[in-house]
Every structure is written in structure tokens, then in C-alpha cells.
Design a protein around this ligand. Structure first.
Ligand code: UD1
Ligand code: MG
Length: 464
């Protein structure tokens, strides 16, 4: 059974209950826009095209979403928004009659690909297939009305339902798969004679029944997959559900989490074997942790690669942004360290507390253990950078590079005024300000001469 699938994502609604100036479908869950989750899941069922219907905040929504490789992403505007049936009507010119239309909502982010595939299988290219769920509290949802034999007859919206119909627990998820040529005919027959004065997509069920077409309900039990986001409370609830699922998947793969409820992955995290992650760690963008990596409590790690056996101590912030950041095998980072874009650390590098590294490479075995700024620099193997050392890389207009060759020792509290090169094996005396290159093997000491005034009396503060 094979037929082309065109996905329609309804994303034109206002989302009034979010009480936000941002369009609802752009609110983020796990670091991605709600509607982006839907688009990404659609790619999993090998959709031929994905048509997103926009209305409220259309321009921002269209600019805020990305196509998945291999799927054509189209936008269709719905102005004004006259209901879900009216929304899908706008998409009809973009849909091929040879295929099946899979209708999804931009604010229902956690449906799984396998569920959509099962719904498409239930449709089989010829039936109207509805994704449904039995809910203990079905308030607000469309109810699935069946006849005595259990055959689906209609979907009735909450506001149009009789008391008997409101007692039905099986609800329509907002997701359906329908042969496009049939959908086209049924949508042409919609009217808005109902409690909300809207063109309901759900009315296609009664036309299908009237035409003798078969309607099937594919019922699932996992409520998270059909949960929609309408308010900040629901967004937060779904975020927790999403994070817990991600944490469980990591643990199944062998990752040891101190507490699965205190981990946030807002992007893609890949882990080797024997990785340990303490509480309150946030990962963003693409992060990869090699075998045996340990991450301490309260770290934020974004867009970075961490080599095997490295230890990231608590309260460390790493963000490689677009350039990326990399930590070599066996390196020790933090506590309270900050790695910024372009930080590339070799094997066994040590970066200690209150050390900031930006756009700089540190070769294997280099160390900067305390209170240091290393920016726009190349640091050689086994270099030791003393406490309080600063690369003065910015002259107010341009950034310049500092080069510290292999085996150099930089004494505490030194300022290296770039552009400058410290030759291999050399030493810089503590408290020096170095603005000229030094040859290999040299000792450079450049301090102001001490000024000593004997018997100097400090001004004394007068008591009131
Ligand atoms: C809809 C279903 C209801 C189902 C529920 C599941 C209809 C008539 N009802 O109700 O049976 O139980 O979803 O969550 O379909 N949208 C547009 N244009 C519009 C109106 C809505 O694009 O003119 C979009 C919204 O942005 C949203 C989706 O369609 O993403 C659903 O609309 P919403 O108003 O939330 O429908 P419900 O009343 O929840
Ligand atoms: Mg809704």
C-alpha cells in the first residue's frame, strides 16, 4: 500500500490564551518551535509536501520555521480565519488528488511518527481515518459519535453537543488522514451553521457517512501525543513530558542521570558510553559527550563537543554558538569556567575557576587554573598560565592575537598586550605587562618600578 502523503499543518489561529505577542506556534518546546516539531515529525512519514497554513503573525511564523531535508515546505495564508475547515480549504490548490492529506495542528507538538504512520495505514488511501483518544475529562474537545454497532457517524464539537454527546469520552485529536480527492468534495459542502459560526473541518465526517465512504477511528492511549498547547501552563506541562521522555531515552542508552527530572535538553544531545550527568544541567543546540564524560551540577553546555573522559565541574558555562567549542579528551573544566565561541581545547587541558576562553586554541596539556581571560590566542602544549593573566586583545578598534608557544610559563597577574608572541620555553615574570615579542627560552619581566614613600600618612576619615 503506497500513496503520496501531503501534510497540512494548521497554524493560523491566534492563540489568545498564551497572552503573548509572539504567535502561538513559535513558542518553544525542547528548544524548537511548536510547529517545527510538527514539521519534523511529518518528515518521518516521508511526506511529499508540507503545507503550513498561516494567518495570525504569518510573516513571523513563515520566517521562523525550517523545512526538513527532502520535503517541500509551502505556506498558504488564511485571511480571515473562519475555522479549521476553512483553513484546509485554503490548502486545497497545493494538494494533489492522487494522494492522502494528513491534517495536523501546529500547536500539537509531540505526536510520534509511528502514530501518524499507523493512522495513514488505517486510511489506506481510501478511508477517512481519525486519530482519537479516550479522555477522563473530554471537556472542550470534539466528541466521536458512534452508532449502536460502534461505527463512527460524526464528530460533534463541545459547543454543539447535546448532554448525551458531552458524556462521550472518546475525543477527536484534531489529526486526520483523508484521501485528497474525497476531501475536496466534502470541503465544498461545508457551512458555518453551528454554535461558533465557523467552517468546521470535523463536519467532513458526516459527509463521508452520507456518501457511504468508510470512516475509521485509530484510537491511541498516550495523551501526550495529542496534547495541544493553548496556555503557558500547558506549554510547561508538555515541556516536562518532553524532557522526561528524552531523559528516559538517554538512560535506556546507558547514560547515568542523577535525576531525570532535573535535566533539560533543548536541542540534540549525543552521548558515548558511561556518561554521567549531575542535576540541573541544560544542554542547548548540538552537544556531543564522548565516552566516560562527567558533567557536574548546574552546567549549561551549548553547541559543543566534549572528548572522552573529560570532566566538566559544576557551574560551568560553555556556549560555542555558531563557531562551536571543543574540549579535548581527559580535560578538566571548571568549576565556574566559561568557554565561548571558538574555544578549542586539546587533550588534558585544565581550565579552572573564573577562567574565560574565547576564540582561542589551547594545545594538549595547557593549563589556566584561576581567574584568567584568554581571547584570540594560540596557546602551545604544556603552557601554564598563572592566575590573573589577561590577553589584552582589543585596542578599542581591532582584535589582535596572542601566541604563547609550547612550554611557556606565564607568571601570575600578567598582561599580554596583543599582537604579541611569547617564544617557546620562555617565562614571563609575575605582574609583567608584555607588549613586545619575546624570544624562545627567555625570561621577560616588565613591571613598573616600585615607588616607595616612607612615613606616608593615609588620609583619615573624620567621624561625624
Ligand atoms: C479542534 C477540533 C476538535 C478537536 C480539537 C483537538 C474542529 C472544528 N474542532 O477544536 O474537534 O477535538 O481541535 O485539539 O476542527 N486554525 C486555523 N484557522 C482557523 C481556525 C483554527 O489555522 O480558522 C488552527 C489553529 O491555529 C489550531 C488548529 O487549527 O492550530 C485547531 O484550532 P482550534 O481553534 O484550537 O480548534 P479547537 O476548538 O481546539
Ligand atoms: Mg485547540
Amino acid at each position: 500500500m503506497s500513496f503520496p502523503v501531503d501534510v497540512v499543518v494548521m497554524a493560523a489561529g491566534k492563540g489568545t490564551r498564551m497572552k503573548s505577542s509572539k504567535p502561538k506556534v513559535l513558542h518553544r518546546l525542547g528548544g524548537r518551535a511548536l510547529a517545527q516539531h510538527v514539521i519534523d515529525t511529518a518528515a518521518g512519514v516521508s511526506a511529499r509536501s508540507v503545507v503550513v497554513i498561516t494567518g495570525h503573525g504569518a510573516q513571523v511564523v513563515e520566517a521562523g520555521l525550517m523545512a526538513q531535508a527532502g520535503t517541500a515546505l509551502k505556506y498558504v495564508r488564511q485571511e480571515p480565519q473562519l475555522g479549521t475547515g476553512h483553513a484546509v480549504q485554503q490548502a486545497l490548490p497545493a494538494l494533489g488528488d492522487d494522494g492522502v492529506t494528513l491534517v495536523l495542528s501546529g500547536d500539537v507538538p509531540l505526536t510520534q511518527g509511528a502514530t501518524l504512520q499507523a493512522l495513514l495505514d488505517a486510511c489506506g488511501g481510501e478511508r477517512l481515518a481519525l486519530l482519537t483518544l479516550a479522555m477522563s475529562d473530554p471537556t472542550g474537545y470534539g466528541r466521536i459519535v458512534r452508532d449502536a454497532g460502534g461505527v463512527v457517524k460524526a464528530i460533534v464539537e463541545q459547543k454543539d453537543a447535546t448532554p448525551e454527546q458531552r458524556a462521550i469520552h472518546e475525543i477527536y485529536s484534531g489529526i486526520m488522514a483523508v484521501p485528497t480527492r474525497l476531501l475536496r468534495g466534502w470541503l465544498a459542502r461545508l457551512d458555518n451553521k453551528n454554535a461558533q459560526g465557523e467552517f468546521y473541518l470535523t463536519d467532513v465526517v458526516k459527509f463521508a457517512v452520507a456518501d457511504g465512504a468508510s470512516v475509521v477511528a485509530h484510537q491511541i492511549t498516550d495523551a501526550v501525543q495529542v496534547a495541544g498547547v493553548n496556555s503557558p501552563v500547558q506549554l510547561a506541562e508538555l515541556e516536562r513530558a518532553y524532557q522526561l521522555r528524552g531523559a528516559q531515552a538517554l538512560m535506556e542508552q546507558g547514560v547515568r542521570l542523577a535525576d531525570p527530572a532535573r535535566l533539560d535538553v533543548r536541542g540534540l544531545l549525543t552521548c558515548g558510553v558511561d556518561v554521567e550527568i549531575d542535576v540541573n544541567v541544560v544542554f542547548e543546540g548540538r552537544v556531543s559527550l564522548g565516552d566516560g564524560v562527567r558533567v557536574g551540577a548546574n552546567c549549561v553546555i551549548a553547541n559543543a563537543t566534549v572528548g572522552a573522559g573529560a570532566v566538566i565541574h559544576p557551574f560551568t558555562h560553555i556556549d560555542g554558538e555558531k563557531l562551536g567549542a571543543s574540549v579535548g579528551a581527559g580535560a578538566l573544566i571548571g568549576p565556574f569556567a566559561r568557554l565561548r565561541p571558538g574555544a578549542q581545547l586539546g587533550a588534558e587541558v585544565h581550565i579552572g575557576n573564573f577562567v574565560e576562553v574565547k576564540n582561542a586554541t589551547l594545545a594538549d596539556g595547557a593549563k589556566a587554573n584561576h581567574l584568567t581571560y584568554i581571547g584570540d590566542a594560540s596557546i602551545g602544549e604544556r603552557v601554564n598560565v598563572g592566575a590573573g593573566t589577561i590577553t589584552a586583545n582589543y585596542d578599542g578598534a581591532n582584535k589582535h592575537r596572542t601566541v604563547i608557544e609550547a612550554d611557556v610559563h606565564i607568571g601570575s597577574n600578567s598582561v599580554l598586550v596583543a599582537p604579541v608572541t611569547i617564544g617557546a620555553g620562555g617565562t614571563v615574570g609575575a605582574g609583567s605587562v608584555i607588549s613586545k615579542d619575546t624570544p624562545p627560552g627567555s625570561l621577560a619581566v616588565a613591571r613598573g618600578r616600585p615607588v616607595v614613600i616612607p612615613n606616608w600618612s593615609r588620609p583619615v576619615k573624620k567621624k561625624p
